[in-house]
Design a protein around this ligand. Sequence first.
Ligand SMILES: C[S@@+](CC[C@H](N)C(=O)[O-])C[C@H]1O[C@@H](n2cnc3c(N)ncnc32)[C@H](O)[C@@H]1O
Length: 321
Amino acid sequence: MAKIEARTVMSDQNGSVVARSHERKIRKSLGAGKTNGKGAKESSRNRVKPINRLNDLNAKEWIPETVSVWIQRGLGKGHEHAQIERQHPAPFSYQDVGRLIRFFTKTGETVLDPFVGVGSTLKAAAMEGRKGIGIELNKKYADLARVRLKTELTEEVAAAARKDQKVIRGDARSVIPTLAANSVKLVVTSPPYWNILHKQDHKQRQERVAHGLDTRYSSHAADLGNIESYPAFLEALANTLSLTRTCLADGGHLCIVVGDFRQKSKYFMFHADIAREMEARGFTLKGLKVLYQRHKRIFPYGFPYSYVPNLHHQYIVILAK
Ligand SMILES: C[S@@+](CC[C@H](N)C(=O)[O-])C[C@H]1O[C@@H](n2cnc3c(N)ncnc32)[C@H](O)[C@@H]1O
């Protein structure tokens, strides 16, 4: 026990090492890797059950993925394959999306991201041997997503991606209805968080200005991140996501990666609002995951007057068709 604690403290500055340590502990508590007394590994844990219609995971791989807290994984901003990702103001990690893809699809099935940005979902889909469709309004990001599929994958995976991964430039509201019925097994996305990128005091925004990087997605009227009122934004987003019901196969899932946020002194429970709106449109809420962003900097917000949180987590809202 003392050993585990020491290792966790020592790797405090490195989210991915901490994540691996945390996951090892979970696997250990599940008895994964135990032998049967004759030296052979317990084999039923290692076999994919024939009745498993959801994914290609065996018991040993499946059970840890059901834990409701994940530690966000990332390459670190100095990594050569993090440079395109950095050009976008709000990418998510392809490693976290890869975990969702592995859990909610089988090899060869199709994943859709209606707000694909610079293509993190398609990169993950390619690496997992799934087909992918990504929709993006902003030409610059759609083009970068295509570059990423050529430059951040092994030769073999990039060759398969040429036919299996599709980036479609356009408004998700017009493109989703053109997709074939029942053709997608998982919709996974991170939408704009209302217009919070426009906030002047947004710390990340100040840092991006200093580095000459984009601070908002676009000035396009069809960009959901430019809608002025929160209720109008929420309705537009929920209506857009509910368009996926037709292309989503029976038994398919919708995973929405979102964070709560503050606008002036008001706190918005965005994850709860979008979950409620999707349930009102016929989706079934299966659960939430907290995605702990352990790497984020801490700012002295509110000190010494009032409680203002450093928001260091996102949610994955998991819904079924
Ligand atoms: C949070 S970002 C997604 C980032 C993405 N997960 C990634 O890792 O690159 C949301 C994206 O939605 C796009 N967007 C906004 N309105 C859209 C619309 N109506 N149709 C398609 N894309 C839209 C924005 O340009 C932005 O790139």
